[in-house]
Design a protein around this ligand. Structure first.
Ligand SMILES: [Zn+2]
Length: 328
């Protein structure tokens, strides 16, 4: 689908029913070549869909000059390895913070570390063992990124008619970036701002992004200072009113924080206990598979850590295993 002249939105299949596809964006420039923002999931099917989208415009994978990625989740970086097999010349551009963060958490046995972390947050080993692992995510291939250019907040890149500015928007991941195109007032939001779904904001289980929600809320507010006509997210659909959507998301988290706080009485609670008591629009915590439980606990911890920063809760590292929170 053409967004404006020389800018196209591609949809490729995703393997999650909640988010059926990933949207990447292709910028054309006669002299400077093609720039792709986000790739899509690394399945053969999705890769073929990307190739077909390019072919419809008269291009192939080897015509890509650069690929920019918003963040290092598999549905955004997934095709990098496949693209590289067919095109050894393109330049990969990503956030410096994101690259450092993913390199700091290259754990071999991440499932075991994830289980230990959930136990530390109050989920019993019996509950962990009884939960189904999400087979979709089990054998994900993580491509070797080897970026050619690492960018930081405020960096600019002029590519022919396009004037890009990188905006650091940590929260959904520690080094997430949005891309602002100032000549046409376009904001490419990756997973930072989606039109309908509230993006997942979780701490990671290596403890390297505990202030995820503090970061996310600051990154949302940052969006308000950009004069934007068209918002191009990586999922759902393009939309126009960035300010309105940002304000909705800010209100959502404000309400969500109140909901977390209201669960606390006199005693202390673990993140798993809180996660079981609060509402999830995807169902009840006990029915979640292991991947969803990890992500729900991660999201709960992000809210609890925020409330600690806000001096509403205190965190107690009790004993050798459990982390608890209680009213300040
Ligand atoms: Zn993501």
């Amino acid at each position: 689908m053409q967004i404006i002249d020389d800018l196209h939105q591609f949809k490729t299949s995703m393997i999650r029913p909640q988010l059926p596809y990933v949207m990447s964006y292709l910028f054309e420039d006669q002299k400077e070549g093609l720039t792709l923002f986000d790739t899509g999931f690394g399945t053969d099917q999705a890769y073929n869909e990307l190739k077909i989208s390019l072919q419809k415009l008269g291009y192939q994978i080897s015509d890509l000059s650069r690929v920019i990625i918003s963040h290092a989740h598999p549905d955004h970086i997934g095709m990098v390895g496949k693209i590289r097999q067919d095109n050894s010349d393109f330049k990969l551009i990503m956030s410096k913070d994101e690259y450092e963060w993913i390199n700091s958490r290259k754990d071999r046995d991440w499932q075991k570390i994830g289980n230990n972390w959930m136990e530390q947050h109050g989920l019993s080993i019996e509950e962990i063992n009884a939960s189904k692992e999400d087979s979709i995510w089990k054998n994900i291939e993580w491509p070797d990124l080897s970026p050619d250019l690492l960018v930081v907040d405020g960096d600019e890149l002029l590519i022919g008619k396009w004037s890009f500015q990188f905006i650091s928007t940590p929260g959904h991941t520690k080094g997430h970036i949005c891309l602002y195109e100032k000549n046409y007032k376009l904001m490419l939001t990756g997973d930072h701002v989606l039109p309908h779904i509230s993006p997942n904001v979780s701490v990671d289980f290596q403890g390297k992004h505990l202030n995820a929600l503090v970061n996310y809320i600051n990154s949302l507010k940052k969006m308000l200072s950009f004069d934007t006509d068209i918002v191009l997210p990586a999922h759902e659909y393009a939309f126009t009113d960035l300010q309105e959507r940002v304000n909705e998301l800010l209100l959502h988290h404000k309400n969500r924080l109140s909901e977390h706080l209201a669960i606390f009485n006199d005693g202390s609670l673990t993140a798993a206990e809180v996660a079981k008591k609060i509402s999830w629009n995807t169902g009840s915590f006990d029915d979640f598979n292991l991947m969803m439980k990890r992500s729900a606990i991660g999201e709960t911890v992000a809210h609890l850590e925020y409330l600690v920063t806000d001096n509403a809760l205190v965190k107690i590292n009790g004993g050798h295993k459990e982390v608890n929170w209680q009213l300040a």
